[in-house]
Design a protein. Structure first.
Length: 516
């Protein structure tokens, strides 16, 4: 059995989670669920990045100690991801976490003892004057500024002079270029040239610590207690500290060093260069394997514009969940936003998708099939007819393997669309009982395949559909060891399925949801 280790970026809990967090976690969760459904052993890790000056300052403004502040905000993230049905195996947090602190300090020591091919140190302490963006929590170069401001946070960075430890990344350009061209795959492919362009422009050394007088909320540098580790060695190390890489030999072999494990980082495009350049260089110098893949997703806009409090167009995840529910949000993000691309959240478009794809194409169709079958006793006779689209599973599997999740979910939607047309064309309510049973059995079998295709995307709804269809394995479908076998993908592949269950409304009108 192959293994899949999937991680997302750890979220910065200085404020409540936003729709960008939701997009990333749903994307990674769909990947993790599909890997499990394919029989892979999966480890899926998310978490929160809880150190730094921004946390320190925000906590102070809130009248709280950093520890109290991050613990409260951490729970907000945990609660949201629980509500979204994110199937993570580990929620990693970086503050007050002994195994993380120990791993970070061990990695620092390895880097401190490492040298480049020319004998120069990988970590070097030096005086430094540069522009610091408090929004990014990093030093920023003049060439990155737009009209003198940080392009991401629209603030003028402050000039800071201090003594820091530096990671001498500038000497790793040749290694990283070779790595990105051969061993470390960037997904989707169109994102790779963006990273290679950064290499062509030339790399600069990276500030790796801050004086404790400036940054007290963080992990001390081993052997230099007046310095606090900066975000790179602290936050990025969560990917290996979560399973005690330096301590637990079995976990290290299972989830990182083993030949049968595939490691995929899922992150947003704003932090792509850190994961594509700094992190693999750190691992290289520490003698640790580099991950296999870096999946880079885009940003979410709102009604075609960047989400902004000043514009009043910020979409609050809880508002969407309260109005439409969990699976409709998961469906919308998966259906509407191709992986790697920017996407838009539109309340109008959401309503259209909810009514057309979920209420009518799935919910009403299933209800019509089951109601007619139940009138004749609910029995099934799945014959030897071929699946309406014999290429559907091949298209779906290929799309999932290549992380084209919107193509996969649209394949399931297309099968549902064919079913809707077939039912209207065949008009089983007008047919004789035997012919009606045959027509409806074909439709029910198609719905069984749709259920399997939708399991990684909208797991609760897919399981509810399976229960209504009366599938014998319905109760096991959300178990972590449930696997979609080759036989299940065949027409009539569930031979022990003879009777449908009871129909009920899958997706009520929004007005009724709000009244309830």
């Amino acid at each position: 059995m192959s293994k899949q280790y999937i991680t997302t970026a750890i979220d910065y809990p200085n404020a409540a989670p936003h729709m960008g967090h939701v997009l990333e976690k749903v994307l990674a969760d769909v990947m993790a669920r599909w890997a499990r459904l394919n029989g892979q052993d999966v480890r899926f890790q998310i978490g929160t990045d809880e150190h730094g000056i921004k946390i320190q300052q925000t906590a102070k403004r809130a009248g709280k100690q950093p520890k109290e502040f991050v613990e409260g905000n951490r729970q907000i993230f945990i609660d949201l991801y629980g509500r979204l049905n994110i199937s993570h195996d580990e929620f990693m947090h970086t503050s007050g976490n002994p195994k993380h602190t120990a791993a970070v300090q061990e990695l620092w020591k390895r880097l401190a003892n490492a040298t480049h091919a020319d004998g120069s140190p990988v970590l070097e302490k030096r005086d430094y004057t540069a522009l610091y963006c408090s929004g990014c929590e990093r030093f920023i170069t003049k060439k990155e500024l737009v009209d003198g401001k940080c392009p991401d946070h629209q603030i003028v960075p402050e000039e800071v002079t201090e003594q820091n430890w530096f990671f001498t990344l500038s000497k790793d350009a040749d290694y990283l270029k070779g790595l990105l061209q051969k061993a470390y795959r960037i997904i989707p492919d169109f994102r790779a040239p963006e990273t290679l362009n950064l290499l062509e422009a030339g790399l600069e050394d990276v500030s790796f610590s801050r004086p404790r007088s400036s940054l007290s909320w963080g992990i001390p540098v081993p052997g230099d207690e007046d310095q606090t580790m900066y975000v790179w060695c602290d936050a990025l190390t969560n990917y290996i500290s979560g399973f005690d890489y330096f301590v637990d030999a079995k976990a290290r072999e299972n989830w990182w060093e083993g030949k049968d494990v595939r490691i995929t980082h899922v992150i947003g495009k704003d932090i792509a260069r850190f994961h594509a350049l700094i992190w693999p260089a750190m691992l290289h110098h520490a003698g640790i394997r580099v991950p296999d893949e870096l999946l880079i997703h885009g940003f979410l806009t709102s009604e075609g514009q960047k989400m902004s409090k000043s514009l009043g167009n910020v979409v609050v995840p809880q508002d969407v969940l309260d109005k439409y529910g969990v699976d409709p949000l998961r469906y919308y993000l998966s259906h509407e936003i191709p992986v790697g691309n920017d996407g838009d959240f539109s309340w109008k478009r959401f309503g259209e998708i909810y009514d057309a794809k979920l209420r009518n194409q799935l919910g009403n169709l299933l209800n019509r099939i089951l109601v007619l079958l139940k009138k004749d006793g609910g029995g099934l006779e799945v014959g030897v007819s071929t699946f309406m689209d014999p290429k559907a599973w091949a298209t779906y599997d290929k799309a999932m393997e290549h992380f084209e999740l919107s193509v996969a979910i649209q394949t399931a939607s297309a099968v549902a669309g064919h079913c809707d047309k077939y039912m209207n064309d065949q008009a089983p309510w007008k047919a004789e009982p035997a012919a009606r049973k045959a027509i409806l059995s074909v439709l029910a079998e198609n719905m069984r395949h749709i259920v399997l295709m939708l399991l990684p995307f909208i797991p609760e709804t897919a399981q509810t559909m399976a229960r209504q269809l009366g599938l014998p394995n319905a109760e096991q479908m959300q178990d972590r060891n449930f696997v979609i076998t080759k036989e299940m993908k065949d027409w009539g592949g569930q031979s022990d399925w003879k009777q449908v269950g009871e129909p009920s409304i899958l997706f009520p009108p929004v007005e009724k949801k709000l009244e309830a």
